[in-house]
Ligand binder design. Structure first.
Ligand code: SF4
Ligand code: SF4
Length: 82
C-alpha cells in the first residue's frame, strides 16, 4: 500500500478520489488504511491519490511491501466482499 507523510496539509483532495475508500482523516493528518489500498490496481493505471496530491506527500509504504500479484488479489477480495 501507499502511505501519507506528515507533510500532508489536510487539503482533502485525495480522499474522494480513492476507489477503495482507503483514505480518511487521522488524528493529525490524512491516513491510508493498508488493508484497503491496492495502489489503485484494478481501478486505475496510476495511484489516484498521488496524482492529485499538491504536496507530493504520498509514498510507497515500505512497511507494507506488496507485489503486483498481492495487490491484484487484494483488489479481487475487496470486490468480492463489497
Ligand atoms: Fe486509494 Fe489508490 Fe491512493 Fe491506495 S493508491 S490510497 S487505493 S487512491
Ligand atoms: Fe494530504 Fe496530499 Fe491528501 Fe491533501 S492530497 S489531504 S496533502 S495526502
Amino acid at each position: 500500500s501507499l502511505k501519507i507523510l506528515d507533510t500532508c496539509v489536510n487539503c482533502d483532495v485525495c480522499e474522494p478520489v480513492c476507489p477503495n475508500k482507503a483514505i480518511s482523516l487521522g488524528e493529525e493528518y490524512y491516513v491510508i488504511d493498508p488493508a484497503l489500498c491496492t495502489e489503485c490496481i484494478g481501478h486505475y493505471d496510476q495511484p489516484q491519490c498521488v496524482e492529485v496530491c499538491p504536496v507530493e506527500c504520498i509514498i510507497v509504504d515500505t512497511e507494507h511491501p506488496e507485489t503486483h500479484e498481492q495487490l491484484t488479489l487484494k483488489y479481487q477480495h475487496l470486490m468480492a466482499v463489497k
